[in-house]
Design a protein around this ligand. Structure first.
Ligand code: PMV
Length: 322
């Protein structure tokens, strides 16, 4: 038996990934830019077992036999193919995202699984290869392999679509946890529907490619104001795009909108703060570390809050070969 345990953290995109060029291998329509958080880690242990006849997924202490288990098996099949193995594995994963957070855990989940499974199957993958592997589980997981700020290059094929680190100014995020529970429409289905039905999709793809270039320039120049503006505009464009589907999808709720309004008011009062939101009602505010108290004061009482700094790379904690 070989066992490996890995830890990975969620990431929040400043320039979003929304739309695939190839859904079989999660090739995105555009590149994206994110910050890996230092909170809410996922810890995953993979044990490759000669005697096992099937993969087993234990999630939050319970054995799963439904959709997530099938997704994990499909992912392990990729690792087995790389390792030339047909041995089955037991996967135990624990998320520390508070149950009220409602934050997507697929990014940290597949980044931790990529690191743990590749080690347990005896592979020695470098960071781009780990990022590519994590991408196959969930697109945004490609970025959770990377510490701090990451650019996921869209690439033109499997080999060229991976994330890498980019230096950025000193920033923090305030996560406002608006609602718990599963989102009504998965990001996979919502992306599919966007491409098929939104007349705005081509404009999203071209404008996001431009936003990514400007955001990368702002990172390199240490221009927090420019990076912040791009972040908020890109998030609202993504939500406008999603709302323009047929049938429409709306992830932001009145509390989310209230938070976006409070962030505008903060800026009017001279505080550098910019809001973003993924495929759900939770809102994340990008700000300078010194301005975190002003942001948390402005959002007090609206939602449960958590403060994050740029977090570490996905990493291997233990490995025992047998
Ligand atoms: O990785 P997925 O399939 O869960 O998609 C993530 C999509 C967003 O979170 C909305 C945007 C992003 O870039 O993370």
């Amino acid at each position: 038996m070989s066992t490996a345990t890995a830890i990975a953290h969620p990431n929040i995109a400043l320039v979003k990934y929304w739309g695939k060029r190839d859904s079989d291998i999660n090739l995105p329509a555009t590149g994206s830019l994110s910050m890996t958080l230092d909170i809410f880690p996922t810890t995953t242990t993979v044990t490759v077992d000669d005697a096992a006849v099937a993969d087993v997924l234990v999630y939050g202490g319970e054995e799963r036999v439904d959709g997530p288990a099938e997704r994990v098996t499909r992912f392990l099949d990729l690792v087995r193919e790389l390792a030339g193995s047909d041995r089955r594995a037991r996967v135990e994963t624990v998320n520390t995202v508070p149950s009220a957070a409602g934050l997507a855990s697929s990014a940290s989940g597949f980044a931790a699984l990529a690191v743990a499974a590749s080690a347990a199957y005896g592979l020695e993958l470098d960071t781009p290869a780990l990022s590519r592997l994590a991408r196959r589980g969930s697109g945004s997981a490609s970025r959770s392999v990377i510490p701090g700020f990451a650019i996921w290059h869209a690439g033109d094929d499997d080999a060229s679509s991976f994330a890498e680190h980019i230096d950025a100014p000193d920033l923090a995020m305030v996560v406002a946890m608006v609602e718990k529970g599963q989102k009504a429409v998965s990001s996979r289905e919502a992306m599919r529907r966007t491409i098929l039905t939104s007349p705005f999709y081509p404009a999203w793809v071209s404008s996001t490619a431009e936003s990514l270039e400007s955001a990368a320039e702002a990172c390199r120049a240490g221009d927090v104001e420019r990076l912040g503006r791009i972040t908020e505009v890109n998030a609202l464009r993504m939500h406008a795009l999603i709302q323009s589907c047929d049938p429409p999808i709306r992830y932001l709720n009145p509390t989310s909108t209230e938070i976006f309004d409070r962030v505008v008011a903060l800026r009017d009062a001279g505080v550098g703060a910019w809001a973003t939101a993924d495929a759900g009602p939770n809102v994340v505010v990008l700000t300078r570390p010194d301005d975190v108290p002003a942001v948390t004061a402005a959002l007090a009482g609206v939602a449960e809050l958590a403060v994050a700094a740029p977090g570490p790379a996905a990493s291997l904690v233990t490995r025992t070969q047998g």
